[in-house]
Design a binder for this molecule. Structure first.
Ligand SMILES: CC(C)(COP(=O)(O)OP(=O)(O)OC[C@H]1O[C@@H](n2cnc3c(N)ncnc32)[C@H](O)[C@@H]1OP(=O)(O)O)[C@@H](O)C(=O)NCCC(=O)NCCS
Length: 160
């Protein structure tokens, strides 16, 4: 398995994986339901990320295809926080047939290496409360919960 920074020609393969990631999350909770035009919207978003120095998109190659990807960004809290600059892991996904082979662990470890090089001190992420395997992944890598993300559906597809 090889992990490389994503290139523009990898966007289509990443979009296939994002579609699976989004469908998986929409099953976990309807609040994650992707928009009808998600593919074009996410393609545009990814294309901007590839050119940004504060973002890292990595892809995992196996048997000549892209079987996983991960995205990290450097974000800023408002100026009234002492440590404003934070790493944020946005997406990590491994294709079904390639799971439990250490691909996500490698992707995350390379994203963390990049954040360290960028002198980021704290890395954060959010995970759906009922995404048990992802919670195991993050805990196995040393991440610890420090916030809970609540929602209240007043109307629309966020409700259940
Ligand atoms: C979560 C996910 C990224 C893990 O990918 P992966 O490549 O299979 O993960 P790895 O093989 O690197 O596993 C690393 C560790 O995570 C934990 N883990 C991963 N999958 C697990 C599972 N199904 N059950 C329990 N623990 C699991 C284990 O501690 C594992 O180490 P081990 O195999 O030595 O026990 C993958 O299941 C996935 O893509 N899920 C859907 C998308 C998603 O939830 N992304 C994260 C959103 S926050």
């Amino acid at each position: 398995m090889e992990i490389t920074p994503a290139r523009a020609q990898d966007i289509d393969a990443i979009l296939d994986l994002w579609g699976e990631l989004a469908a998986f999350h929409a099953d976990l909770d309807p609040a994650f339901t992707p928009a009808a035009g998600w593919r074009a919207a996410y393609a545009g978003y990814l294309a901007t990320l590839l050119g940004r120095p504060d973002a890292r998109v990595l892809v995992a190659h196996q048997e000549g295809r892209i079987v996983g990807y991960g995205v990290a960004r450097i974000t800023f809290l408002p100026p009234f926080f002492a440590e404003r600059r934070r790493g944020f892991i946005q997406d990590v996904f491994t294709n079904q047939g390639y799971r439990r082979r250490g691909i996500a662990r490698r992707l995350v470890s390379d994203l963390l290496a990049w954040l360290r090089e960028e002198t980021v001190a704290t890395v954060e992420l959010t995970v759906a409360i009922n995404n048990k395997e992802a919670i195991r992944l993050w805990e196995s890598l040393g991440f610890r919960p420090y916030m809970q993300h609540f929602k209240l559906a007043l109307a629309g597809p966020g409700g259940r």
